[in-house]
Design a protein around this ligand. Structure first.
Ligand code: PLP
Length: 335
């Protein structure tokens, strides 16, 4: 299965009525910091609060005849996208998650009428459960990242960025299972192969980076992170997103929890955006000086706003954050 720009254009037509065409906002602060015109693609403005609605909707629209229930495993945002798409199409949904999923994400999914199942402490446990469900008649499983319709749906973000910013030089993409990076990089490079595409993720549990380094999908231990939406593996039986990320990403840059913490503060205090840790990895790498020789203009995707408000408030007020066995030392912004 080889995806092309045509699949992304097709996805765009399919999902047009269901997802928001989000704005690309200039960031004065990040332009100053990076020395290049710097833009934020505001996927936080999707009705589910995250870009995952694009891929989930495209996959749901392509579910086989006779489907009555959609199922998936999720770190939260994909589940919300699938639950929303199911409701729009008059289908039921069962969302499988691990115990690492924040409460707010769980509540957002339940509010859409989905059934939720909490299984184990990792995405792999949740995946095993939804695979089992997916074998029943009329139940259709939608992978969070390793599905051609999901990747094409996420790729529509790339089309929109290039329409708004045709001379884009560098694209900074948050990276976990790689559905977003695969789709967006395919769109961008099909339109202009010279665009530099960087995948960014946290240094604790960076599954795609470890897999590309090893030359094949490998398992990494999943740990709690401020970027909770970037948790989880890529699947040892990965079919699409691994090869696409390996072939299309120019580099992968890792950031620390402390760098994510500071970048969340910067995005809030400088640009007034409430966004998840997962969204700020591009900003974090830039502020930490980990992206040298950036070719402008630069764009990054602010992928979701489904934050745990208690944790978010701690970060904005400079308090320490205790993650499962790891302490992120707090500091007030600008201190
Ligand atoms: C899922 C997600 C990502 C990463 O997307 P992948 O396709 O898994 O790489 C980034 N940010 C947020 C907010 C997400 O929910």
């Amino acid at each position: 299965m080889q995806l092309s720009l045509a699949d992304i254009l097709e996805a765009r037509k399919a999902i047009a009525g269901e997802v928001v065409r989000t704005p690309l906002l200039p960031s004065r602060f990040m332009s100053e910091q990076s020395g290049q015109p710097f833009f934020l693609k505001m996927e936080t403005m999707q009705p589910t609060g995250a870009f995952k609605l694009r891929g989930a909707t495209n996959a749901a629209l392509n579910a086989p005849e006779g489907t009555h229930t959609l199922t998936c495993c999720s770190t939260g945002n994909h589940g919300r996208g699938v639950a929303y798409a199911a409701r729009q199409l008059g289908l039921k949904s069962v969302i499988c998650m691990s115990a690492l999923v924040p409460q707010t994400k769980l509540e957002g999914i339940r509010a859409l009428g989905a059934e939720t199942r909490i299984i184990g402490k990792s995405q792999d446990d949740a995946l095993a459960e939804c695979r089992k469900l997916g074998r029943s008649d009329g139940v259709f499983e939608i992978s969070p990242f390793d599905d051609p319709y999901v990747i094409a749906g996420q790729g529509t973000i790339g089309l929109e960025i290039l329409e708004d910013l045709p001379n884009l030089g560098t694209l900074l993409v948050p990276l976990s299972g790689g559905g977003l990076a695969a789709g967006v990089a395919l769109a961008a490079k099909s339109i202009n192969p010279a665009i530099h595409v960087v995948g960014l993720t946290m240094d604790r549990g960076a599954a795609m980076k470890a897999s590309i380094d090893a030359g094949h999908p490998v398992e990494v231990q999943e740990v709690a992170s401020l970027a909770d939406s970037l948790g989880g593996g890529i699947g040892l039986d990965n079919r699409l997103s691994f090869a696409m990320c390996r072939d299309l990403l120019d580099e992968i840059v890792l950031v620390s929890e402390e760098e994510i913490y500071r970048a969340m503060q910067a995005l809030y205090y400088e640009d007034s955006h409430v966004a998840e840790g997962a969204c700020v990895v591009g900003i974090a790498a830039c502020l930490a000086g980990k992206l040298s020789g950036l070719k402008g203009p630069v764009a990054t995707i602010i992928t979701g706003r489904n934050v745990d408000m208690t944790q978010f408030t701690r970060i904005m007020t400079g308090q320490d954050v205790q993650l499962d066995g790891y302490l992120v030392k707090g500091a007030r912004y600008g201190a």
